[in-house]
Design a binder for this molecule. Structure first.
Ligand code: BES
Ligand code: MN
Ligand code: ZN
Length: 494
């Protein structure tokens, strides 16, 4: 049963059965100023319940006339992920109260902390229910009324977080959608709708991509009845400066093609467009926030199917860059899509930096499990800033190696390269493949195969489509310091 969030602002206790929310510090101190006898009563109740104010733990107390929801803040309550998680837990705790309504009196918190609590509650309230026929029938809502001197529904901070949440929700929706509903043309249509936010949206169809010579991307889509597309979403908030570029893998379904995947778990491949979803969600957030910076998002949309026109193992295709690729395994298709998307983005937009996201390899899950996304980069500056943005948003990244010893595994006997390496190090050889399509731009590849979909919910992320990458990219671009590319090391061992 979906539970919605109704956020409102009220300086005094709203009428009706609103539970009073009290944040409790690490030593059990009650943060809002309460009447003496009420405070004494709550302190006694906390002692009886052995409630210590541990972070995120909550206790509901029903008294004669009033009720109280006590929630622990732990050591410190900083803006960002701590406040967001607290907001997520507050949402669940409120949902567990009798009235599902709570009032947070003025705690004299920093505006950013309070805005992030609201943001966390908002993220926690997400659910995907498009395909239930009784959708909306027994929806309930949790009401959170916030009392604060400064913040209200029109505050810049609240609007800013709402725009970011909209981006996260869009990415989650796209990931949840099944592949018979969300195919390349439909995905492109949903991108078009973002022009309402002031984004310039451009859609390249197969004829346009043919003209540009995107043989790598088109080869992947040729076994599907559905047309392939490339979508460019351009946010021009920053004048003449070179844009920051985001590039996404959008395989709306990956059967593997002629190198077909086993049946078990194949349904997961509906979310093989998680990279494109993250880019689209980030562009939605950036436009919604009216960022004063130029950012361009480019996604390659294809369906990898095995029909009579499908490409065969052993086929040779020519990418837009002019390089030839021997397609040994049609299931290593994401890199073929990105080869053209990266080259197109770099040559057309000459970005100051370029980050691509892709559910690229099962091998990255073998390497890192599902805790971190894999990070590969040709720039230490960019890698460092990505790791920092990952820590700040708990959309974590772990840097992986690249280099000539791995790159050599892509050698083909009849073309410039083949599309798979050897039996080991599959996430790394995939990254080396992508690197061959980037010339001189600080670039990073995020392999998010383990992150786009989750098996269990957390305080602010649902089970299923996570929206991973939206908060990360948003943070990266907010904190951006510039980057330079690594000097190409001389290949000592030839
Ligand atoms: N979309 C898959 C990678 C994937 C696997 C994403 C599991 C999410 C969960 C990708 O296109 C793929 O099939 N990769 C192959 C590469 C192999 C053929 C070299 C893989 O990982 O097995
Ligand atoms: Mn594949
Ligand atoms: Zn794939």
């Amino acid at each position: 049963m979906p539970v919605k969030l109704q956020l409102s602002f009220a300086k005094t206790a709203p009428k009706g059965d609103f539970t009073t929310i009290c944040l409790i510090g690490k030593n059990g101190e009650i943060i809002p100023h309460l009447e003496k006898d009420v405070a004494a009563y709550l302190i006694a109740a906390m002692a009886t319940a052995q409630f210590t104010g541990k972070s995120g733990k909550s206790l509901v107390i029903y008294a004669d006339q009033n009720s109280y929801l006590l929630i622990g803040t732990g050591d410190k309550l900083a803006a960002g992920i701590e406040a967001e998680n607290l907001g997520g837990k507050l949402f669940s705790a409120l949902n567990g109260t009798a009235s599902k309504r709570g009032w947070l009196p003025d705690h004299k918190l920093d505006d950013a902390v309070l805005a992030d609590i609201c943001f966390g509650a908002n993220l926690a309230s997400y659910h995907f229910d498009s395909y239930f026929t009784d959708k909306g029938k027994d929806d309930v809502s949790v009401q959170l009324a916030v009392g604060d001197d400064a913040l209200n529904a029109d505050s810049a901070l609240i609007k800013d977080r709402q725009a970011l949440a909209n981006g996260v929700f869009l990415a989650r929706d796209l990931v949840f959608e099944p592949a018979n509903k969300l195919f390349p043309a439909e995905f492109a249509l949903r991108c078009s709708a973002l022009s309402a936010l002031g984004l310039e949206v451009e859609i390249l169809d197969e004829a346009a991509m043919e003209k540009l010579g995107m043989g790598a991307l088109l080869g992947v889509g040729q076994g599907s009845r559905r047309d392939s597309f490339m979508v460019v979403m351009n946010w021009k908030g920053g004048g003449d400066e070179a844009p920051f570029a985001l590039v996404g893998k959008g395989v709306t379904f990956d059967t593997g093609g002629i190198s077909i995947k086993p049946a078990k778990g194949m349904e997961d491949m509906k979310w093989d467009m998680g990279g494109a979803a993250a880019v689209t969600g980030a562009m939605c957030a950036i436009a919604g926030r009216k960022l004063t910076k130029n950012v361009v998002g480019v996604i390659g949309l294809v369906e990898n199917m095995p029909d009579g026109n499908a490409q065969r193992p052993g086929d040779v295709v020519t990418a837009m860059s002019g390089k030839t690729i021997e397609v040994i395994n049609t299931d290593a298709e994401g890199r073929l899509v990105l080869a053209d998307a990266l080259h197109y983005t770099e040559t057309r937009f000459k970005p100051e930096a370029m980050v691509n996201l892709a559910t690229l390899t099962g091998a990255i899950i073998g390497s890192l499990g599902k805790e971190y996304g894999g990070l590969f980069a040709n720039s230490n500056d960019l890698a460092k800033q990505l790791v920092a943005a990952g820590e700040a948003t708990t959309e974590g990244l772990w840097q992986m190696p690249m280099g000539p010893a791995y790159d050599r595994m892509l050698k083909s006997h009849i073309a410039d390269m083949k599309n798979i390496g050897g039996p080991c190090g599959g996430a790394i050889t995939a990254a080396c493949f992508l690197a061959r399509f980037v010339e001189k731009t600080p670039w990073a590849h995020l392999d998010i195969a383990g992150k786009a979909w989750s098996d269990a919910a957390t305080a602010i992320v649902p089970k299923g489509g996570t929206g991973y990458g939206v908060r990360l990219l948003n943070r990266l671009i907010d904190d951006w310091q510039g980057a330079t590319i690594l000097e190409q090391a001389d290949e000592a061992d030839g």
